[in-house]
Write a protein that binds this ligand. Sequence first.
Ligand SMILES: Nc1ncnc2c1ncn2[C@@H]1O[C@H](COP(=O)(O)OP(=O)(O)OP(=O)(O)O)[C@@H](O)[C@H]1O
Length: 261
Amino acid sequence: MGADTLEARDLHVRAGSFPAVRGVSAPFRAGQFAAVIGPNGAGKSTLLRALLGLNLPEAGEVRLSGRPLREWPRAERARRLAYLAQGEALPLDARVRDVVALGRGAGEWRWGLIPTRPWTRADEDAVTDALTRTDTLGFEHRRVAELSGGERQRVSLARALAGQPRFLLLDEPTNHLDLAYGLEVIRHARCEAAGGLGVIAVLHDLNLAARADWLLLLHGGRALAQGTPEEVLTPANLHAAYGLQARVMRDAGRLIVIPED
Ligand SMILES: Nc1ncnc2c1ncn2[C@@H]1O[C@H](COP(=O)(O)OP(=O)(O)OP(=O)(O)O)[C@@H](O)[C@H]1O
């Protein structure tokens, strides 16, 4: 696989002493919204962190644009891969635009605050663009403390986008959000992928995951299935992964997963 890919190759990763990811191979592409699903403890977060180079693999490797991740200079890697961690807190007293501006710092700002290069017009434009794309420009001068949970999540998204990454990795971005806000985050993720970004999101809600282009279903650290939602969200796969009976229906072109009691 070549340009604009992030690829796990027979990846084995430990979380602490636990073998959390056991031989996962998966291709992620720019321009695609991929969701990583699976039950609690399946290894989703560990895989995501390994794709970012935060967890070093015990065996196998991650390749970014065909080149092993470990060979990329840290700053280059940080520019290409953006990460929105689970439950990431924003500074409450900071203003939205300033928080999003921090996203321009990857690899170039020390301590997150002291620029090691001059702030340019291109930086300012990238911040405005990220605010616009996440519908947060309208409250750019408000403080984070004044925002709802859904609005804060969009600001986090804007901060990640401000660095103009090639891949955006999101760990449970819809957690603690109500149905409408959850859908909004997914809508933004889809939109960014349509614009050329590679989006990889760990999701628990299978009905949100059904809106992704491509799914990776993990179970016990292994890839149980990968492919389109139609290929992955089958009653047999859901039973194997979650141990539950589920009906999978189609409505207005979308898959709907209904777990049975
Ligand atoms: N630091 C650690 N030490 C030991 N075991 C760990 C550590 N971190 C994670 N694990 C274990 O590794 C496995 C995979 O964890 P991981 O967080 O990647 O799963 P997950 O699929 O993201 O789970 P969840 O959906 O609950 O967030 C789990 O069984 C977890 O208990």
